[in-house]
Design a protein around this ligand. Structure first.
Ligand code: S3P
Length: 171
Protein backbone atom coordinates (compact mmCIF):
# COMPACT_ATOMS: atom_id res chain seq x y z
CA UNK A 1 0.00 0.00 0.00
CA UNK A 2 1.57 3.23 -1.17
CA UNK A 3 -0.67 5.73 0.49
CA UNK A 4 -2.59 3.95 3.26
CA UNK A 5 -5.85 5.57 4.28
CA UNK A 6 -6.44 7.22 7.63
CA UNK A 7 -9.81 6.27 9.07
CA UNK A 8 -11.24 8.37 11.90
CA UNK A 9 -13.85 6.93 14.20
CA UNK A 10 -15.33 7.99 17.54
CA UNK A 11 -18.51 9.40 18.99
CA UNK A 12 -20.50 12.20 17.34
CA UNK A 13 -19.01 15.61 18.02
CA UNK A 14 -15.44 14.42 18.65
CA UNK A 15 -14.11 16.42 15.71
CA UNK A 16 -13.61 13.70 13.08
CA UNK A 17 -14.57 16.00 10.21
CA UNK A 18 -12.66 19.06 11.40
CA UNK A 19 -9.49 17.12 12.20
CA UNK A 20 -9.86 14.94 9.11
CA UNK A 21 -9.85 17.97 6.80
CA UNK A 22 -6.67 19.29 8.44
CA UNK A 23 -4.99 15.90 8.13
CA UNK A 24 -5.93 15.55 4.48
CA UNK A 25 -4.50 18.96 3.68
CA UNK A 26 -1.27 18.12 5.49
CA UNK A 27 -0.80 14.78 3.74
CA UNK A 28 -2.20 15.92 0.40
CA UNK A 29 -4.79 13.20 0.73
CA UNK A 30 -8.39 13.32 -0.41
CA UNK A 31 -10.87 14.03 2.40
CA UNK A 32 -14.03 11.94 2.53
CA UNK A 33 -16.84 12.20 5.07
CA UNK A 34 -19.08 9.13 4.95
CA UNK A 35 -22.18 11.05 6.12
CA UNK A 36 -21.72 13.63 3.35
CA UNK A 37 -21.14 10.95 0.76
CA UNK A 38 -24.35 9.19 1.79
CA UNK A 39 -26.27 12.49 1.70
CA UNK A 40 -24.92 13.29 -1.75
CA UNK A 41 -25.72 9.85 -3.12
CA UNK A 42 -29.22 9.63 -1.72
CA UNK A 43 -30.12 13.28 -2.27
CA UNK A 44 -31.40 13.37 1.33
CA UNK A 45 -30.04 14.66 4.61
CA UNK A 46 -29.16 12.15 7.35
CA UNK A 47 -32.25 13.12 9.43
CA UNK A 48 -34.42 12.67 6.34
CA UNK A 49 -32.96 9.20 5.69
CA UNK A 50 -33.58 8.18 9.32
CA UNK A 51 -37.12 9.55 9.16
CA UNK A 52 -38.29 8.27 5.82
CA UNK A 53 -36.27 5.07 5.42
CA UNK A 54 -35.27 4.17 8.97
CA UNK A 55 -31.95 3.58 10.74
CA UNK A 56 -31.45 0.09 9.25
CA UNK A 57 -31.52 1.56 5.72
CA UNK A 58 -28.96 4.17 6.77
CA UNK A 59 -26.68 1.43 8.19
CA UNK A 60 -26.89 -0.47 4.95
CA UNK A 61 -25.88 2.68 3.00
CA UNK A 62 -22.93 2.96 5.38
CA UNK A 63 -21.90 -0.63 4.60
CA UNK A 64 -21.95 0.09 0.85
CA UNK A 65 -19.80 3.17 1.30
CA UNK A 66 -17.36 1.27 3.57
CA UNK A 67 -16.87 -1.43 0.93
CA UNK A 68 -16.24 1.14 -1.74
CA UNK A 69 -13.82 3.29 0.23
CA UNK A 70 -11.95 0.25 1.51
CA UNK A 71 -10.83 -0.42 -2.04
CA UNK A 72 -9.16 2.99 -2.36
CA UNK A 73 -6.09 4.72 -0.96
CA UNK A 74 -4.76 8.18 -0.25
CA UNK A 75 -7.85 9.22 1.69
CA UNK A 76 -8.62 10.58 5.12
CA UNK A 77 -12.02 9.11 5.91
CA UNK A 78 -14.17 10.66 8.65
CA UNK A 79 -16.73 7.96 9.44
CA UNK A 80 -20.18 8.37 10.97
CA UNK A 81 -20.07 7.62 14.71
CA UNK A 82 -21.25 4.04 14.45
CA UNK A 83 -19.87 2.94 11.08
CA UNK A 84 -16.67 1.37 12.42
CA UNK A 85 -18.56 -0.47 15.18
CA UNK A 86 -19.89 -2.81 12.54
CA UNK A 87 -17.32 -5.64 12.38
CA UNK A 88 -17.45 -6.04 8.60
CA UNK A 89 -17.06 -2.28 8.00
CA UNK A 90 -14.16 -2.23 10.47
CA UNK A 91 -12.50 -5.20 8.79
CA UNK A 92 -12.72 -3.76 5.28
CA UNK A 93 -11.67 -0.21 6.14
CA UNK A 94 -9.09 -1.41 8.69
CA UNK A 95 -7.27 -3.30 5.93
CA UNK A 96 -7.01 -0.13 3.86
CA UNK A 97 -4.96 1.86 6.38
CA UNK A 98 -4.72 3.08 9.98
CA UNK A 99 -7.73 3.65 12.22
CA UNK A 100 -7.77 6.24 15.02
CA UNK A 101 -10.55 6.79 17.52
CA UNK A 102 -11.17 10.35 18.69
CA UNK A 103 -12.42 10.61 22.26
CA UNK A 104 -13.96 13.43 24.28
CA UNK A 105 -15.90 13.80 27.52
CA UNK A 106 -19.72 13.87 27.31
CA UNK A 107 -19.80 17.56 28.40
CA UNK A 108 -17.52 18.52 25.51
CA UNK A 109 -19.51 16.40 23.08
CA UNK A 110 -22.72 18.16 24.11
CA UNK A 111 -21.08 21.56 23.64
CA UNK A 112 -19.80 20.67 20.19
CA UNK A 113 -22.99 19.11 18.89
CA UNK A 114 -25.03 22.01 20.26
CA UNK A 115 -23.01 24.43 18.18
CA UNK A 116 -24.31 22.74 15.08
CA UNK A 117 -27.96 21.87 15.08
CA UNK A 118 -28.85 18.85 17.20
CA UNK A 119 -31.49 18.09 14.62
CA UNK A 120 -28.65 17.11 12.29
CA UNK A 121 -28.01 14.11 14.58
CA UNK A 122 -31.20 12.12 14.80
CA UNK A 123 -29.85 9.89 17.57
CA UNK A 124 -29.42 12.91 19.85
CA UNK A 125 -32.73 14.46 19.00
CA UNK A 126 -34.18 14.06 22.47
CA UNK A 127 -35.48 16.33 25.22
CA UNK A 128 -32.40 15.36 27.22
CA UNK A 129 -29.48 15.06 24.77
CA UNK A 130 -26.92 14.78 27.62
CA UNK A 131 -28.64 11.64 28.91
CA UNK A 132 -28.61 10.20 25.36
CA UNK A 133 -24.90 10.98 24.96
CA UNK A 134 -24.09 9.27 28.27
CA UNK A 135 -26.28 6.28 27.41
CA UNK A 136 -24.87 5.81 23.90
CA UNK A 137 -21.29 6.38 25.07
CA UNK A 138 -21.72 3.63 27.69
CA UNK A 139 -23.20 1.28 25.10
CA UNK A 140 -20.34 1.88 22.71
CA UNK A 141 -17.28 2.45 24.88
CA UNK A 142 -16.07 -1.12 24.80
CA UNK A 143 -16.25 -1.21 21.02
CA UNK A 144 -14.50 2.13 20.54
CA UNK A 145 -11.78 0.99 22.97
CA UNK A 146 -10.56 -1.56 20.40
CA UNK A 147 -9.10 1.22 18.28
CA UNK A 148 -6.03 3.37 19.05
CA UNK A 149 -7.32 6.27 21.15
CA UNK A 150 -6.67 9.97 20.51
CA UNK A 151 -7.81 12.26 23.29
CA UNK A 152 -9.21 15.58 22.10
CA UNK A 153 -9.89 17.05 25.55
CA UNK A 154 -8.56 20.56 25.88
CA UNK A 155 -6.75 20.32 22.53
CA UNK A 156 -7.19 22.40 19.40
CA UNK A 157 -8.02 20.57 16.15
CA UNK A 158 -4.49 21.41 14.96
CA UNK A 159 -2.98 19.68 18.03
CA UNK A 160 -5.18 16.62 17.56
CA UNK A 161 -4.12 16.52 13.91
CA UNK A 162 -0.43 16.62 14.90
CA UNK A 163 -0.97 13.76 17.40
CA UNK A 164 -2.52 11.58 14.72
CA UNK A 165 0.12 12.48 12.17
CA UNK A 166 2.91 11.45 14.57
CA UNK A 167 1.20 8.13 15.30
CA UNK A 168 0.52 7.52 11.62
CA UNK A 169 4.11 8.22 10.59
CA UNK A 170 5.59 5.99 13.31
CA UNK A 171 3.29 3.06 12.60
C1 S3P B 1 -24.28 8.47 14.08
C2 S3P B 1 -23.35 9.46 13.86
C3 S3P B 1 -23.50 10.49 12.82
C4 S3P B 1 -24.35 9.96 11.66
C5 S3P B 1 -25.66 9.45 12.17
C6 S3P B 1 -25.50 8.34 13.21
C7 S3P B 1 -24.07 7.50 15.17
O1 S3P B 1 -22.22 10.86 12.33
O2 S3P B 1 -23.67 8.95 10.99
O3 S3P B 1 -26.36 10.54 12.73
O4 S3P B 1 -24.80 6.48 15.23
O5 S3P B 1 -23.15 7.72 15.99
P1 S3P B 1 -21.18 11.82 13.14
O6 S3P B 1 -20.43 10.94 14.08
O7 S3P B 1 -20.31 12.36 12.05
O8 S3P B 1 -21.98 12.86 13.83
Amino acid sequence: MNRPNIILTGFMGCGKTTVGKLLARQLQYEFVDTDHLIEERSGMSIPEIFKSRGEAAFRSLEATVARELGAGEGMVIATGGRLMLDPENARILGMSGSVFCLAARPEEILQRVSRKSQAARPLLNSPDPMARIVELTREREESYARFPQISTSGKSPQEVMQDILARFRSR
